[in-house]
Ligand binder design. Structure first.
Ligand code: PHB
Length: 395
């Protein structure tokens, strides 16, 4: 129907026309049902709150209706790394709640389960955070909006060599993203001429880091590379390392940004000061869009808490949901949705991002940051970036 005729008809019927935010018009459709499975309790309570707030902030800024459909978020708490639970929740959302799209996953095991449900049901799945390489390769309706630990780590190991670091030790959690990070570090560092003098794998639920820090101390490397996920006890690790005197022994700690995540870094306090990390997002990122994002999330939180990488990634997932809905006039056809996602490129609060059309993985800047104390708060300040990095494990 032509716009003019539509406006005339709606006026004649005494109805208000439904105009979408870009000035087109759309029939009022049923709600757009977005199923969110994420971790909102236990060690991820804070991260869950920030992720929720980012989704609310996106909807407040962009409207809660897209292409004539009111957006409903149907939320489920998988409570932590718990793939069978995440699988069941995703299935229920699809079968009983009749969702149009599935979003979420803080943890790799859950994302693997959700991706397999997505494949079986042909339901698009936009991954917010799980960071292991290759987990979506055989799941054609899944796409990655977070990062991979190999993507973040590879430029870091190259940089370490340019800083004159010749020997290193790697400590990482013994599951997908940790093993990927450790391997990316070791492979890149040795290929660039460095020498690995040991590694230690930390069990995922490890309350005591002192034995691992002692191993680093005994090995006496010039640097230790660490991967601990954002709910893995980063503040405790950094404090234990400080007390053990790694810095006084001249052993530099280098880690992915998870260890100094926004909710953690002020708990770690001085033990985090001066840490160099690489990551996809910092709340200090210098752009107008990020400043607006930070303000919007704080408003949604009713607090001064700062958004973290999960929050930014969830915001970007919402942008992808709105984009695919708009492009299909409110319909969510699974194959068309994935065609739109492949090659999708937009400005995120973290900087430019692109979904690789061949792999549905994300291509983005990797930032080098130093933890500094600014206005009484510990913040990760970006000082260098490697533009548009692919996952080195992409096949
Ligand atoms: C993951 O399980 O893939 C994961 C979780 C938390 C992180 C990073 C990776 O901070």
């Amino acid at each position: 129907m032509k716009r003019a005729r539509y406006l005339k008809l709606t006026a004649a019927a005494g109805l208000a026309p439904i105009l979408d935010p870009v000035g087109g018009f759309a029939q009022a459709g049923p709600p757009l049902r977005v199923g969110l499975v994420f971790s909102f309790s236990g060690a991820t309570t804070e991260i869950g709150k920030l992720t929720d707030a980012a989704i609310a902030a996106y909807m407040k800024r962009n409207g809660d209706t897209v292409a004539g459909r009111k957006v409903q978020i149907i939320k489920r708490d998988d409570t932590g790394p718990n793939p069978e639970f995440a699988r069941r929740l995703s299935q229920e959302l699809i079968v009983q709640e009749k969702i149009d799209l599935l979003i979420g996953a803080a943890f790799t095991p859950n994302a693997i389960a959700m991706a397999s449900v997505s494949t079986a049901a042909k339901k698009p799945f936009f991954n917010i955070n799980a960071a292991t390489s290759g987990i979506f390769a055989k799941n054609p309706y899944s796409a990655r909006f977070g990062f991979t630990t190999a993507q973040i780590t590879t430029p870091f190991a190259k940089w370490a060599i340019t800083q004159g670091i010749k020997t290193s030790y790697a400590v990482f959690q013994d599951y997908g993203p940790g093993i990927d990070a450790g391997q990316a570090w070791e492979k890149t560092f040795t290929a660039a001429g460095g020498q690995m003098i040991g590694e230690a794998r930390i069990p995922v639920n490890n309350p005591d880091f002192s034995a691992f820090i002692q191993r680093i101390k005994d090995a006496k490397p010039e640097a230790a590379f660490i991967f601990l996920n954002a709910s893995g006890g980063g503040a405790d690790f950094l404090r234990t390392a400080k007390t053990a005197g790694l810095d006084r022994l001249g052993i530099k700690l280098l880690a992915t940004g998870d260890i100094v995540d926004e909710p953690i870094v002020n708990v770690a306090g001085d033990a985090a000061l001066g840490m160099i990390t690489t990551f996809d997002y910092s709340s200090t990122h210098n752009s107008n869009l990020n400043r607006q994002f930070v303000r919007d999330v704080q408003e949604a939180m009713h607090s001064k808490d700062l958004p973290n990488f999960n929050a930014c990634q969830a915001y970007d997932v919402m942008h992808a949901v709105y984009t695919v809905a708009k492009a299909q006039n409110g319909k969510i056809d699974p194959d068309k949705t994935m065609e739109i996602v492949k090659g999708m490129r937009f400005e995120s609060p973290r900087g430019p991002i692109l979904i690789d059309p061949a792999t549905r993985d994300i291509v983005q800047n990797v930032y080098f940051r130093r933890t500094e104390k600014i206005g009484g708060l510990y913040r990760n300040v970006e000082f260098a970036q490697i533009p548009m990095v692919h996952d080195p494990n992409e096949t």
